[in-house]
Design a protein around this ligand. Sequence first.
Ligand code: SF4
Length: 372
Amino acid sequence: MAVPVSQMWAVSSYVLKNRLQGRKHYPLVVMLEVLFRCNLSCAGCGKVQYPAHVLKRQLTPEECFRAVEEAAAPIVNIPGGEPLLHPQIGEIVQGLIDRGKYVYLCTNALLLKEKMHLFKPSKHFSFTVHLDGERENHDISVCREGTYNTAVEAMKEAIARGFRVTTNTTLFDGTDPVSVRRFFDEMMLMGVEGMMLSPGYSYEKAPDQSNFLGKQRTRELFRQILSNRKKSWKFNATPLFFEYLMGMRDYECTPWGIPTYTIFGWQKPCYLLQDGFAETFKELIEETNWNGYSAKSGNPRCANCMVHSGFEPSAVNHTFGSLSGMLATAKGMLSSYEDPEALAAILRAPCPKKRKEPLARIESEAATQETR
Ligand code: SF4
């Protein structure tokens, strides 16, 4: 995994402490949604469809600190909306770092160059740039041409200035696995620290409902993308979460593992659904009917969900919950997940019109894997 050792230690010791105390509902990461407004309007996003009076509102630094202190998770993700639109974002990030948190600021990077001076490089802080694949795919995904180039230019500058930079990629149906693998190469060449991937969730409010992945299709796609992996690719996800996406293991979701705090309070039950809000984290944990969620519960909104915010905590719990989980994680960190069938499936697939890479390159990747 591509994270600083101090962060790995902070997370491991936090999880072990909670397990030893017998605490079941503890969060790993707090999603601090400081505002909902954005400078993009992506087809797969369910966050920017709020009325104008809601989009104008934002969390104050004090509200952010109070929520994060109460939940006590070691990591804070700041998604949106676009958090760089928040006028006090520099103050919020620094306040969280001062409290010992590892902060990931999730941004489309359109304002990154302009706002970079508000932040200082730190092992406690990373820009996590939303990039849904190569240039053409990303620009289509965010519904605006030129965004990929702007983001990449800003990322290069941030890396040159000593910032940690990671990426966050959401994949939808119709994704070309070859293109995603080429995107990984590009990010690694640029100096990105680690990459996160997740299938999209079918938000009821998202304008484009046609391209969300079902479970079976998700497993096929991620198996094609993440099998026969290059050693140069670095990811900031636990290996067991990716194994789950590839269909190698099954988990139930852990919705309290990455809870979300917004201008309305703590969102019930997870980052994706809005079944009400709680004023405090304690109230969220104690008053949410957790049995009403996950695929096993029969809740139709959970049936096809495999997203990072619900299932990475399940993978982390597995890692720390047993010796077999730890061994599987260690094995996953060293594995390239060789899978000739997944490779054959890519070769059999009809070549998308826009695929620029000849299939010969994929075949030569396979040959290299075999001779290792
Ligand atoms: S399965 Fe998905 S939608 Fe359902 S509670 Fe878990 S994270 Fe939320």
